[in-house]
Design a protein around this ligand. Structure first.
Ligand code: SF4
Length: 64
């Protein structure tokens, strides 16, 4: 499962980082960096990736 960021859409709220801190972080400039873009579909990481997608207020994250 791949985590995809729609960069122009992202507003740097950081809610996704709170939901999945081991998968993504905001850098010093406030830009989101996906540290682990590919996760196993049935893993805890996948659950947290789904949670990150759900909490993003501007729907900038997608899974495929
Ligand atoms: S929650 Fe959405 S808008 Fe905020 S940093 Fe994450 S992807 Fe970007």
């Amino acid at each position: 499962m791949h985590i995809e960021l729609d960069t122009p859409r992202c507003e740097g709220h950081g809610l996704c980082e709170e939901a999945a801190p081991e998968l993504m972080h905001l850098d010093d400039e406030g830009d989101l960096v996906i540290d682990v873009p590919d996760v196993d579909e049935n893993s805890d990481r996948a659950e947290r990736a789904r949670a990150a997608v759900r909490v993003c207020p501007v729907a900038a994250l997608r899974l495929n």
